[in-house]
Design a protein around this ligand. Structure first.
Ligand code: ADP
Ligand code: MG
Ligand code: ZN
Length: 459
């Protein structure tokens, strides 16, 4: 590149924000010291539009492509994608190192190779030998699954042109690079440019592509955040490293709904789909525990039962702490304030910890009642009826508000053998709800607490 073709800008390595001058703190993501000077080509090196030149078309004349979705034989994966892979779409799977991205992608590749044909699995992280070892452990024979251990994107795209695969996997985006750009692999410039070119290739060839990306807080390697604007679908692969359960969650999907969750279990033979996640999430629940409540939450299109736990302890510091794990911190503050002001629970000098088991994050208000009951149960040292499920949003005056899709929540509770279900009385239409579970309509949090807390702890 000649000097005139280049310009330098400062780019936040965390989120990709550009600035003409260096900044100590990123105004977008608030990260300190994340700006790095990078050279970029003055002329955009990728075409602005990822599709080839096409004349305008009447909307009515455009064929729908929904029928073209390629379903994966892994239904938990399908669910998160919105029913299958869309040809030409670029899907980012991001997660911590070691969470299982390569395992999931290799399993998906093998399944597609078997059912549809050629798959290209490009790895810049592992050698072909290492991948073969993993494939053996996962029981993958791998006909029509082509491995390519390469990092130069130019070479990769040439190979893809020759192979014309039905699916492309890039593991990981941080290891591929375009040597002409001069920046190190993993830098914002490289990661962004490589993603744009891959996207261009995928759209041009109508081939779905998956890219794996590590989440990292380290300033030198670009976090996948900057890619989230570019790609069509963003999936987070999450899970507690000490538990075998893994959650695949859609946070962005141009072809389907977000917040869908797929549940897997990491085993020696690879990731196994969990067919009954509600059962798993509440399986370790102690029978008669203080501070434990089961709620019925909607994740994407499916109801899930999860256990919310709370612990209140006298705070030895002047400033009581609130810790929210898996529930929204502001909802915890709201529920605590209502319990204190409207119900007279003296929580002002209590540290409060709330936890959702199974690593799930619930951000819907319908879990409020569960949070409130768990706190009240812990604070009063009394047990919540173990056969009870709680559903409802808590309003500022202590009233309970209705939750969406109540029938599906209640049905899930009944299916898992719960006997009673606390539901908001307002707007309740019992005719649409299942009959094999006792419904307890309540209008206020106070009523809910007196029906749910059954007996004081036996000492
Ligand atoms: N021999 C093994 N038996 C069981 N699980 C294994 C074995 N080897 C690796 N794993 C699991 O696979 C995980 C690594 O998955 P991987 O797909 O490489 O993650 P990522 O690509 O996200 O870094 C490890 O954290 C471990 O849980
Ligand atoms: Mg990997
Ligand atoms: Zn930033």
């Amino acid at each position: 590149m000649s000097k005139a073709d280049r310009r330098t800008v400062f780019v936040c390595q965390q989120c990709g924000k550009e600035s003409l001058k260096w900044l100590g703190r990123c105004p977008d993501c608030q990260e300190w010291n994340s700006f790095v000077e990078v050279t970029v080509a003055a002329t955009a090196s990728t075409p602005r539009s990822p599709s080839p030149m096409s004349p305008p078309q009447q909307l009515s004349q455009i064929a729908t492509e929904s029928a073209n979705r390629i379903p994966l034989p892994i239904s938990e994966f399908n669910r998160v994608l919105g029913g299958g892979m869309v040809p030409g779409s670029l899907v980012l799977i991001s997660g911590d190192p070691g969470i299982g991205k390569s395992t999931l992608l290799l399993q998906a590749s093998a399944a597609i190779a078997e059912s549809r044909g050629t798959v290209a699995y490009v790895s810049g992280e592992e050698t072909q030998h290492q991948i073969k070892l993993r494939a053996e452990r996962l029981g993958i024979a791998g006909d029509r699954l082509f491995l390519l251990a390469e990092t130069d994107l130019g070479v990769i795209l040439e190979q893809l042109d020759q192979l014309s695969p039905n699916l492309v996997v890039i593991d990981s985006i941080q290891t591929v690079c375009i040597p002409e750009l001069g920046n190190t692999p993993g830098s914002v410039t490289q990661v962004r440019e490589c993603t744009l070119r891959l996207m261009h290739w995928a759209k041009l060839n109508s081939v779905p592509a998956f890219i794996a990306g590590h989440v990292t807080k380290d300033g030198t390697i670009a976090g996948p955040r900057i890619l989230e604007h570019i790609v069509d679908v963003v999936l987070y692969f999450e899970g507690d490293p000490f538990s075998a359960y893994r959650l695949l969650r859609s946070v962005k999907n141009r072809f389907g709904s977000t917040n869908e969750v797929g549940v897997f279990e990491m085993q020696e033979q690879g990731l196994i789909e969990v067919e009954n996640p509600s059962k798993v999430f509440i399986s370790q629940r102690p029978g008669e525990a203080i501070g434990s409540v089961v709620v019925s939450t909607i994740e994407g299109s499916r109801p899930l039962l999860v256990e919310i736990q709370a612990l209140t302890t006298y705070s030895s510091f002047g400033y009581p702490r609130r810790t929210a794990n898996g529930v929204d911190f502001n909802r915890l503050l709201l529920v605590t304030a209502v319990l204190t002001q409207r119900l007279g629970l003296r929580l002002g000098n209590q540290d409060i910890m709330v936890n959702v088991t199974g690593g799930l994050k619930i951000n819907e208000p319908a879990a409020d009642l569960g949070i409130a009951l768990a706190i009240a149960s812990s604070f009063r040292d009394s047990i919540v009826d173990p056969g009870l499920v709680a559903i409802g949003e808590v309003g500022l005056s202590g009233e309970l508000r209705s939750a969406s899709q109540l029938d599906r929540r209640v049905t899930e509770a009944a299916r898992l053998g719960f006997r009673r279900c606390l539901v908001p009385k307002v707007g309740l239409k019992t005719s649409q709800l299942p009959k094999n579970i006792e419904l307890i309509p309540v209008s206020t949090l106070r009523e809910a607490i007196s029906s749910a807390l059954i007996k004081p702890k036996k000492k």
